[in-house]
Design a protein around this ligand. Structure first.
Ligand SMILES: Cc1cc2nc3c(=O)[nH]c(=O)nc-3n(C[C@H](O)[C@H](O)[C@H](O)COP(=O)(O)OP(=O)(O)OC[C@H]3O[C@@H](n4cnc5c(N)ncnc54)[C@H](O)[C@@H]3O)c2cc1C
Length: 467
């Protein structure tokens, strides 16, 4: 990418957009150099704050003509460096495309722009009696563009699925500035290839999303949250198996191990007995009657599995108190060490116990702190690696690779929701064959022949420059 090419592209963009949409001041560029991952910040050469689909088309026409890299960015809360412009070029920022265009009662759909913060969408549709399922714990700060590009999940994924399951259609712009309308507004529809499903989760490497049509459901009548304190993760595993064995499908089933529990001890609304070495946050929803019946059964099963204490929250304020500590967990962990990496691995549900044992073994072997928590119902655990000094880094690296190898051996997958981005790209080959990786690279070149869209992400061969 040449400086002359970049200047020419910015000049072309300037002819179509307002001048205040193009940022080149280094002080302002700095806040677009990083996300919430451990990926080293990389300064873009320019940021373009798009305000419409047409702006995106104009930027991509210019970028394509002059072969300039473009990295889309929604709210920058990504965990794997997806929005970090590792090869420089232009960051396309979506914060100004933040309108909810439609909430349609009859069709049970909402149409949103990519800069809408997820919590704003939740609040808006819930005020009208509707429900949108995906709820990443970053919901107060992340935006729909990033959720779609990462196929974000969250605690409610156990019952309600992930972002892809709620996406009916997308408006997108490809690398050369072509506009495509993908998918549909109806729940059923099998016309053509399902390119909506392909673009969701493609981490901004195939096309830029400018609008999404999302499914809604009626808001569940009642929600109750239960925090169960257990002696250890084995008892928690027994409780999870007991619940699933009885056909109880909580909308959330979150696990915290002893290390993480110790961290939230001062932040939860109930006192935690010293003997507690694990916790389950269980959330049930449905009609009033169904909810109370499920609560009673779940409580009995959890007690039978060895729970030491249970707290139940029925009202939204109380429930939020139980959730607040869980939602803050990731940032709270970060405060306990100079460096932190969170790996969001997934194993088949039956292998959760094996995964927890593997983590304990790797932690002991490499002498690295590895507090673990996550979405037990989905087999998706956040295994955190905490360290303070550069001398520890080789051990952290070896421990991460050992974890990934173990996960693949358990027939799991490297990422449940955070994506591959920069951080996991070197490990893709542990899970996928060379043929599969090559096939996906060919698919990418069909969408983006010059490789200008979010370069340096996902594929091991395209690792990033030193910046
Ligand atoms: C405290 C904390 C808790 C978290 N909890 C969860 C969780 O429970 N579940 C979960 O899934 N994730 C979680 N995350 C990770 C993160 O919030 C999600 O990945 C989120 O979906 C990213 O959204 P964003 O708007 O911040 O995207 P960004 O970080 O801005 O971008 C993410 C990716 O999307 C691409 N992108 C952005 N906009 C577009 C667009 N318009 N078109 C095409 N590509 C685009 C970017 O290029 C990048 O590759 C958490 C993060 C934090 C910090």
């Amino acid at each position: 990418m040449s400086t002359v090419g970049l200047s020419a592209a910015l000049l072309q963009i300037d002819q179509h957009l307002q001048s205040d949409q193009i940022i080149t001041d280094p002080d302002l560029l700095a806040s677009y150099a990083h996300d919430e991952s451990e990926v080293e910040p990389c300064m873009p050469e320019a940021v373009v704050r798009v305000r419409s689909h047409d702006d995106v088309v104009q930027v991509m026409r210019a970028a394509s003509k002059h072969a300039i890299f473009v990295t889309p960015r929604a709210a920058g809360t990504g965990r794997t460096g997806g929005a970090v412009p590792v090869r420089g070029g232009i960051v396309m920022a979506f914060e100004a495309m933040n309108q909810i265009d439609e909430v349609h009662r009859g069709d049970l759909v909402t149409v949103v722009q990519p800069g809408v913060v997820l919590k704003t969408l939740h609040d808006t549709v819930e005020a009208e009696g509707f429900f949108y399922g995906p709820d990443p714990n970053s919901l107060a700060t992340c935006a729909l563009g990033g959720n779609l590009a990462e196929n974000a999940g969250g605690p409610r994924a156990f019952k309600y699925g992930v972002t892809r399951d709620w996406t009916l259609g997308l408006e997108v712009v490809t690398a050369d500035g072509t506009s495509l309308s993908l998918g549909k507004r109806t729940v059923k529809g099998v016309t053509g290839y399902d390119l909506t499903a392909l673009v969701v989760g493609s981490e901004g490497t195939l096309a830029i999303i400018t609008r999404a049509t999302l499914k809604l459901m009626p808001l569940p009548e009642r929600v109750v949250t239960m925090l169960a304190l257990l002696p250890d993760v084995h008892a928690a595993g027994r409780a999870v198996n007991a619940l699933l064995g009885k056909g109880i499908v909580p909308r959330c089933l979150e696990l915290m191990d002893g290390h993480t529990l110790a961290l939230v001890r001062s932040e939860v609304a109930i006192s935690i007995p010293d003997a507690a070495g694990a916790a389950l946050l269980i959330e049930l929803d449905g009609s009033e009657q169904v909810c109370e019946a499920l609560l009673e059964s779940a409580g009995n099963l959890v007690l039978a599995a060895g729970a030491l204490d249970i707290a139940v929250a029925r009202h939204s304020g109380e429930r939020e108190k139980l959730w607040a500590a869980r939602r803050e967990l990731s940032r709270a962990l970060r405060r306990t060490a100079k460096r932190k990496l969170a790996e969001d691995v997934v194993v088949p549900r039956s292998q959760i116990g094996a995964l927890l044992e593997t983590c304990a073994r790797i932690s002991a072997q490499y002498q690295i702190r590895m507090p673990t928590y996550g979405h037990a119902g989905d087999g998706n655990l956040h295994v955190n690696f905490l360290w303070d000094t550069p001398e520890e880094e080789p051990r952290v690296k070896a421990a991460i690779e050992a974890l990934f190898r173990a996960v693949v051996a358990l027939r799991g997958t490297l990422s449940g929701e955070h994506g591959i981005g920069v951080l996991k790209a070197p490990y893709l080959g542990l899970e996928q064959s060379v043929e599969l990786i090559t096939f996906q690279e060919r698919l990418k070149s069909t969408f983006d022949p010059q490789g200008i869209l979010n370069p340096g992400k996902m594929f091991p061969g395209h690792l990033h420059r030193a910046c």
